[in-house]
Design a protein around this ligand. Structure first.
Ligand code: AMP
Ligand code: ZN
Length: 296
């Protein structure tokens, strides 16, 4: 995929899935990694009204370096940046939160960090008056999540999958969109490097040993040995004419076909507001609050 094709594919995803309107106030959740920096750059280039939001996880030099890159990039792109620190918001660094929670509950590092981040991002984006939050999730993230949920024996926890997160329609819940949803991670990396974005290409130090990391390795291995595979029968003719689908695309596309039915089954009724923080969710106490009670 060259740079032009890359940009066209992102544009096509935005249009096909109706991810954004030109009148939307879009907040890009930036971690400082290649994916979210690419989303920030492209949405700005495509003429959307974008700002950036970063949650500083206060993980020492790692976080400082990312924050500096984000500041420089936003300045260059002339994009407003909003930074919130977990230490200021929750009283502790992410490493400290994780070690306390892990000593009391059977949860993985990335799960704890992900739940807290999503909770903070939704709250802060809403306070900033955002219509939409865009994230850097790519095809690799998506296919890993679908497989992980299969392996856990619970596809219902994947209701947030898809280029447009739409499990709960509620004024307190800011719509999340994923413009890189159909782009393989290696293509994002290629684009980001060619564009010389100020990005650190190492993975978060906590990820090693994580379940997702093992699934990633397994999927990469399968894809390497079977670089292309035919899509399911309804795709067959198109796949043959154009090109073959990748394993990761097949995993995601087949799940997306199932998703409307899964959502319908689970989401009859209104969201529940958390009794502790008031955020919308699916339980009386939201997942973030059930974690945060351990650190109080
Ligand atoms: P991850 O769960 O680390 O793969 O991140 C998925 C997406 O969440 C990224 O592409 C970003 O859009 C967003 N994100 C991750 N970490 C942060 C952060 N510290 N601050 C703001 N957004 C983040
Ligand atoms: Zn809550």
């Amino acid at each position: 995929m060259n740079q032009k094709q890359f940009e066209a594919k992102v544009k096509q995803t935005i249009q096909k899935y109706n991810l954004l309107k030109k009148s939307d106030k879009v907040i890009v959740a930036v971690s400082g990694g290649k994916d979210s920096m690419t989303v920030l750059y492209l949405l700005k280039k495509l003429g959307y009204n974008v700002s950036a939001l970063h949650i500083n996880l206060e993980m020492g030099k790692w976080s400082e370096a990312h924050l500096q890159n984000i500041k420089n990039f936003c300045k260059k792109l002339e994009v407003p940046l909003h930074v919130y620190s977990v230490r200021k918001e929750l009283g502790r660094s992410m490493c400290s939160i994780k070690s306390i929670v892990k000593s009391k509950a059977k949860l993985q590092d990335c799960t704890i960090c992900g739940i807290i981040r999503r909770w903070l991002i939704n709250r802060k984006a809403r306070q900033l008056g955002a219509d939409v939050v865009a994230t850097g999730h790519n095809l690799d993230d998506a296919s890993q999540t679908v497989l992980m949920n299969y392996f856990k024996g619970n596809l219902f926890i994947g209701l947030n999958e898809g280029p447009k997160v739409g499990i709960i329609e509620d004024k307190k819940f800011v719509q999340r969109v994923k413009p890189l949803y159909f782009i393989p991670e290696k293509e994002v990396e290629k684009y980001s490097k060619a564009m010389k974005f100020p990005v650190i290409y190492e993975r978060c130090p906590c990820v090693v040993g994580a379940y997702r990391h093992r699934i990633r390795g397994m999927l990469d291995e399968i894809e390497k040995k079977n670089p292309n595979t035919l899509g399911n029968s309804s795709n067959f003719r198109r796949a043959k004419k154009q090109r073959l689908f990748s394993v990761k695309e097949n995993i995601v596309q087949s799940f997306l076909k199932l998703l409307p039915k899964l959502r319908k089954k689970v989401l009859a009724g209104k969201p529940i507001y958390c009794k502790t923080c008031g955020e919308p969710g699916r339980n009386e106490i939201c997942r973030a609050c059930s974690i945060m009670r351990y650190i109080k």
